[in-house]
Design a protein around this ligand. Structure first.
Ligand code: UDP
Length: 330
């Protein structure tokens, strides 16, 4: 039986696929390459190019392959874009989830692990954020993911499709050998932008606001290494395979870093100056997002290996230096 990784050519999905291959697990990838890269997936892995909202395409994949678990990464994830194009997010993320679950129901596939997000909490009630805290998104991206969480709950109740929803905080870093990494076009995420400045591909970083309610006024986020994140998904697969019930887990480091602290860590990790200037706030950004991640550590036995943000940045820097133009396919 195979694990179907939907969105396996994306940043997090490709790290998951590589990890699964390393562990000799059977993997099949689906990706529409709208934001992913064919070059991020090993040529030896079975790859279907297509969109999960295309019923005929998805049915064909489930007909052809013996799939027992789905890991779903295929979603848009850019907060500011979602503020401008909310329907794009409800279509791809929320409706995409419905299409995927319909196919799983029709093919009797009973397990799914999927990417949720800290953005489902909106402005947190308290810090660190626990899984049981109020979910009240302040942007369409978070709302689209919260809807996915709600839909899967009812699909579980009606069809017995068991799920693990993983609420990611801020994902960063790359495969330590520099073979795969983060490459979005256009890039909006903090770490790769900082490293493009370090590389000289951008003049300076714009820090989006320094008047937030945080110690230095810049947004605080909880950064977790992409491989630690991939490992949590593998633990979640085994957790469901062991017959455990559906559940939701935060994935973060439980430590917050401000934008200014990230720039400082990147200066140390790269030895580069990294000029930065304060710019206007970006719409949709909460002051601070820090995970309580004890639940994943306790129940999934998740044991993240990267606890130093500088080490996380170093792995991304290795990828950036080896691939200054990313995958060179856009
Ligand atoms: N950020 C910034 N300058 C940039 C990109 C991001 O100051 O060029 C800030 C952003 O406002 C947020 C943090 O960095 O506070 C992380 O943003 P990112 O887009 O990486 O992730 P998000 O938190 O939106 O998922």
């Amino acid at each position: 039986m195979s694990i179907l990784v939907v969105g396996g050519a994306g940043y997090i999905g490709s790290h998951m696929v590589k990890r699964l291959v390393e562990q000799n697990r059977d993997v099949v990838v689906v990706d529409n390459l709208s934001t992913g890269h064919r070059g991020a997936v090993d040529k030896g892995v079975k790859f279907y190019e297509g969109d999960i909202r295309d019923h005929a395409f998805l049915k064909e994949v489930f007909d052809q392959e013996a799939i027992d678990t789905v890991v779903h990464f295929a979603a848009f994830s850019i907060v500011p874009e979602s503020m401008e194009k909310p329907l794009k997010y409800f279509d791809n993320n929320t409706a995409g989830m419905v299409a995927l679950l319909e196919e799983m129901r029709d093919h009797d596939v009973k397990r799914i692990i999927f990417s949720s997000t800290a953005a489902t909490y909106g402005v947190p009630e308290k810090s660190p954020i626990e899984e049981t805290d109020r979910q009240a998104p302040i942007n369409p991206y978070g709302e689209s993911k919260l809807m996915m969480e709600k839909i899967i709950k009812w699909a579980d109740q009606a069809y017995g499709i068991k799920f693990v929803a993983l609420r990611y905080f801020n994902v960063a870093g790359a495969y330590p050998d520099g073979s795969i990494g983060e490459d979005h076009g256009p890039e909006t995420h903090l770490t790769p932008i900082i490293l493009q400045v370090a590389l000289g591909k951008r003049d300076q970083l714009q820090i989006f606001g320094d008047d937030y309610h945080t110690p230095d006024g810049t947004n605080v986020r909880d950064y977790v290494h992409v491989l630690d994140l991939a490992d949590a998904h593998i633990l979640a697969i085994d957790y469901l395979k062991a017959g455990n019930d559906s559940d939701v887990f935060n994935l973060g480091s439980s430590t917050g870093f401000s934008v200014k602290e990230m720039v400082e860590a990147a200066r140390e990790a790269t030895g580069e100056a990294i000029p930065a200037k304060i710019a206007a706030r970006r719409p949709g950004d909460p002051d601070s997002l820090i995970a309580a991640s004890q639940k994943a550590r306790k129940i999934l036995k998740w044991n993240p290996q990267y606890d130093d943000v500088k080490e996380i940045i170093k792995t991304a820097w290795n990828w950036t230096q080896k691939h200054p133009n990313g995958y060179e396919d856009h």
